[in-house]
Design a protein around this ligand. Structure first.
Ligand SMILES: NC(=O)c1ccc[n+]([C@@H]2O[C@H](COP(=O)([O-])OP(=O)(O)OC[C@H]3O[C@@H](n4cnc5c(N)ncnc54)[C@H](O)[C@@H]3O)[C@@H](O)[C@H]2O)c1
Length: 260
């Protein structure tokens, strides 16, 4: 059967990408790949302090919608979706590329993690994803694709990943359950598991440079990944070519995950 796929493959698709802090952000790789393939991208920035780092990127990608979004501030997420509904009337692609945990809870081992720190990390890094999917689904009237950024530490023990291991495990499980619930509406949900990338969030992990060295040594392809590798993997999954794939974690890590 021949699939009818536009050229470029995401022509006129509407995407919301959350999680750009700067041009090194994984979310920026996603937004840039979608834009290159013809999509329009709505972007958000965390707060006024972050805005000057994100605004030039929004200009570069000709983003028609550019709004503040801190998922811990009540009402901001709803305001973003209200604007998307008013301007676009529908949505095709959603990327959740945010994670956070209180520093003390992130740096101590899991045994030392406080109940409060655990709950905050889960709220910003996982429940915000569920809230986003809930708001996005009614706008995905022609089906759609939803992404969340995970990491290998969800499935295997990675030293120093600490509380983010269980947090990302919950994120991946949430993707599977949402894929099940949203599948009948032709909305596909994917956890993406990139290899380590030098970003702001990554610099909060202890001995992150060691993780990078280890990844390049262990990767069958012998190289680290970059943000465009992640972006184009998501772009592919958002096309009709991937219409029968949903729920499973896609590793974009040069093959590190297959190694013993
Ligand atoms: N860098 C890596 O090695 C790596 C590997 C695998 C997965 N990831 C995941 O990729 C995602 C993106 O991280 P990144 O590496 O691009 O770093 P990044 O620092 O560029 O992005 C993290 C983003 O999270 C946002 N954020 C934090 N708290 C928020 C809140 N309350 N509301 C809204 N946004 C908030 C920040 O503003 C920032 O834009 C995260 O989920 C991270 O865990 C990163």
């Amino acid at each position: 059967m021949v699939l009818s796929v536009p050229r470029p493959a995401l022509k006129d698709q509407k995407a919301l990408v959350v999680g750009i802090a700067n041009e090194h952000s994984i979310a920026y790789g996603c937004a840039a790949a979608f834009h290159e393939l013809g999509a329009q991208v709505a972007l958000t920035y965390l707060n006024e302090k972050a805005r000057p780092h994100v605004e030039p990127l929004a200009k570069r990608l000709e983003s028609p919608i550019f709004l503040p979004l801190d998922v811990a501030v009540p009402g901001q997420l709803e305001a973003v979706f209200d604007r998307i509904e008013a301007d676009w009337g529908h949505l095709d692609i959603l990327v959740h590329s945010i994670a956070w945990a209180p520093k003390d809870d992130l740096h101590g081992g899991l045994l030392a993690c406080s109940a409060e720190g655990f709950a905050k990390a889960m709220d910003v890094s996982v429940h915000s994803f569920i809230r986003m999917a809930r708001l996005a689904a009614p706008l995905m009237t022609d089906g759609g694709t939803i992404f969340a950024m995970s990491y290998h530490g969800a499935q295997r023990v990675v030293p120093n990943y600490n509380v983010m291991g269980p947090v990302k495990a919950a994120l991946e499980a949430s993707c599977r359950y949402l894929a099940y619930e949203l599948g009948p509406r032709k909305i596909r949900v994917h956890p993406i598991s990139p290899g380590p990338l030098k970003t702001r969030a990554a610099s909060g992990l202890k001995d992150f440079d060691l993780m990078l060295n280890e990844a390049v040594k262990r990767a069958p392809v012998g190289e680290l990944v970059d943000i465009m590798d992640v972006g184009f993997a998501c772009a592919y999954l958002a096309t009709p070519y991937a219409r029968r794939m949903t729920g499973q974690t896609l590793f974009v890590d040069g093959g590190v995950n297959i190694m013993a």
